[in-house]
Design a protein around this ligand. Structure first.
Ligand SMILES: [Zn+2]
Length: 180
């Protein structure tokens, strides 16, 4: 297991998401950065993730091609929140399976930075069941959070869906709910 994998697992354990987090032994000391998301209130954001240029086009706003690289969460209220392409949000830029569908995202906004830091992704299956969504290597049985070669065997990872309720600190109150 790489240092980065341990780091990501620690994040998952700290924020209380990820079915596999509890199964892993976070025996290594936490990286200093792993506590960073704790500083900001985490909320639930509901909507669907779309390309910014498509969302703007619907609103009659004309932009040039550079806009097309950005993805945003179009909330149920119609707000557009850009998604930070970090260790968790990057998957929305990479994977069309995550776009144009109902999602619930747990995340936070840093003061002064209008980009959503996503820390957990939920999608919904055809029956409307909430599915915790991440990536998985079947060979090594480790989770990952973007499309990349497995950090262990360098093989392919697949998008994984697991039926799961929201963590207790979110409590399903919808967008704007405060973290506990
Ligand atoms: Zn692997």
């Amino acid at each position: 297991m790489t240092r980065r994998t341990v780091f990501l697992l620690l994040i998952a354990a700290l924020i209380g998401v990820g079915p596999t987090a509890a199964d892993e032994d976070p025996s290594s000391p936490a990286d200093a950065e792993s506590t960073e998301p704790q500083e900001f209130p985490k909320k639930l954001y509901s909507g669907r993730v779309v390309f910014l240029e498509d969302a703007l086009e619907e609103q009659g706003v004309e932009t040039f091609e550079e806009t097309g690289r950005h993805v945003v969460l179009e909330t149920d209220e119609g707000d557009l929140i850009p998604i930070l392409a970090d260790w968790r949000g990057r998957a929305f830029y990479q994977d069309e399976q995550l776009r144009d569908r109902k999602v619930e995202l747990i995340g936070f906004l840093r003061p002064g930075l209008p980009y959503l830091n996503v820390i957990a992704v939920y999608t919904f299956d055809e029956d409307g069941e909430r599915m915790y969504t991440d990536y998985w290597c079947d060979v090594c049985s480790i989770p990952m959070y973007m499309i990349q070669p497995c950090e262990c065997c360098q093989g392919d990872v697949r998008l994984r869906f697991q039926k799961q309720d929201l963590p207790e600190y979110i409590d399903g109150e919808g967008e704007g709910s405060t973290s506990k």
